[in-house]
Design a protein around this ligand. Structure first.
Ligand SMILES: [Zn+2]
Length: 479
């Protein structure tokens, strides 16, 4: 037997959350072929894994890489972190299925320009991903705001029965074509007018196909408990699992309240399948939202259509330059992107270490001055939170970034180092791995990620892509 790759004497952190162990691991084709204390066989490439960790490639459960996997298929911001699969279509916005009229509604503009939305079905999107073959695997959710955009003339009101019927039909087709489930972004003005019943009607389609419901809550500010309750009710109605996206307590008045939100999780988990994802930073980022402008915490502008020269400056600074107040300055900058320093570090730690929290970057790949989570989320969990702060052991960190994620999102044969599973692998140095991306220099590959394999193909090594790409479109289990 000749293998393609043979890792000798490597420390396996297998993604299950179980204890790490020393082993030899062999890769044949796109699969993990053998795991044993000693494999004495030929291989095209033998890798001395002494002192190195081999783990499943990381799964970024929360991305907005929808059009980037096609337009910039090298996917350096992700593969350089050891990410081998991205889930797109989060926060109610997906490129898959979108039909854009005159202009791209907020926040779908986070995904790209009008000409990038050219996939009227999940099947069309799947085919394009297969044709381009990005460096990472791709799976997609169906965005509620996208469905609204397709079916409704006015996004600032509730959908009519006829419009709901249209959304249901498109969602059903998308799920049959392999989409993972439905995402909502109820906090955004383009979905805020949707009553709970509108989403419940869509959740009925999820039930039939056993999809998942993920949500950027209607509020992450003071009414967060009510917003969580709404999400859980929708899940119960559809009899489907719920994932609260980028769970946080935003806004100074809300700091410390993850004690309450996690307690609610504890209670609801006894009778319902609910979980969340989070990124390991105490600042958030999105399009600039007039409702979120405040002087309680710093806000940095990352892009502005009318004033691109203001990218990187704080809203406070810009207001001073223009000799006006922050609200007027915000208005003049629109449409724009922002980083909000709106979280409490203790809340971030509590959420990140919560047993059913997965890691998702929420990176914004089209932002000229992106939040550093785009390039740094996964190594920051490994380096800063796991090794330096001791928030949890390495086995738990890896589980939150691989095995837990694949199980929740029904990604078949991914997320574990296990014989027969796909060879999505990352080799890293647990003593040195760390994020390099910072708020002032956000586009930096991580340190300590030595090599990354996607479907058995070595795709990243020594801080650079290898030029070989092997990512696939992943359909929901059973599709
Ligand atoms: Zn979101």
């Amino acid at each position: 037997m000749q293998y393609q790759y043979l890792f000798k004497n490597v420390t396996v952190v297998d993604g299950s959350g179980g204890p790490e162990y020393r082993a030899d691991v062999a890769v044949q084709g796109d699969r993990i072929a053998a795991i044993a204390p000693a494999i004495n066989a030929q291989a095209e490439v033998v890798i001395d894994g002494t002192g190195r960790v081999l783990s499943p490639g990381f799964i970024d459960v929360h991305t907005h890489d929808d059009t980037n996997v096609i337009r910039i298929p090298e996917m350096l911001p992700k593969i350089s972190q050891g990410v081998t699969t991205v889930i797109v279509g989060n926060c109610g916005i997906s490129a898959a299925g979108a039909m854009i009229g005159d202009r791209v509604p907020d926040p779908m503009n986070l995904l790209g320009e009008k000409e990038h939305f050219v996939y009227p079905t999940v099947e069309a999107y799947r085919q394009k991903v297969a044709e381009v073959c990005p460096a990472v695997n791709v799976a997609t959710l169906v965005g509620h705001t996208m469905l609204r955009n397709n079916q409704m003339a006015d996004l600032y009101q509730a959908a009519s029965p006829q419009e709901i019927k249209g959304m249901r039909a498109q969602l059903r087709a998308a799920l049959q074509q392999g989409a993972l489930g439905l995402s909502t972004g109820l906090a955004y003005a383009t979905a805020f007018a949707a009553p709970t019943e509108e989403v419940m009607a869509l959740a009925e389609e999820l039930a039939a196909e056993q999809g998942i419901y993920t949500t950027h809550l209607r509020s992450e500010f003071e009414p967060i408990l009510e917003a969580m309750d709404e999400a859980f009710r929708i899940g119960r109605h559809g009899k489907v699992p719920v994932v609260i996206s980028h769970h946080k307590c935003a806004g100074a008045k809300n700091w410390g309240r993850t004690r309450e939100t996690l307690k609610l999780f504890d209670q609801v988990r006894q009778s319902q399948d609910v979980s969340c994802d989070c990124y390991p930073y105490s600042a958030s980022s999105s399009t600039l939202d007039m409702k979120q402008i405040t002087d309680e915490f710093a806000i940095n502008i990352t892009w502005s259509e009318p004033h691109p020269e203001m990218a990187g400056k704080s809203l406070q600074e810009i207001a001073q330059l223009w000799q006006t107040d922050i609200h007027s300055a915000g208005k003049r900058l629109m449409p724009a992107g922002a980083i909000y320093y709106n979280m409490d570090e203790q809340d971030v730690r509590r959420v990140l270490s919560y047993p059913v929290t997965m890691v998702g970057s929420d990176g914004l790949p089209n932002d000229p001055m992106p939040h550093p989570r785009l390039w740094g989320a996964f190594p920051r969990v490994l380096g800063y939170y796991c090794r330096e702060q001791g928030l949890f052991p390495l086995t738990v960190a890896v589980h939150k970034m691989s095995g837990m994620s694949a199980a929740r999102y029904q990604l078949p044969q991914r997320g574990l180092i296990k014989e027969g599973y796909f060879a999505d692998l990352v080799l890293f140095d647990a003593d040195t791995v760390k994020d390099s991306a910072t708020f002032s220099q956000p586009q930096q590959p991580a340190e300590g990620i030595e090599a990354v394999w996607v479907n058995g193909v070595k795709s990243y090594e020594q801080q650079a892509v290898t030029g070989q790409r092997a990512g696939r479109f992943i359909c929901r289990q059973g599709k």
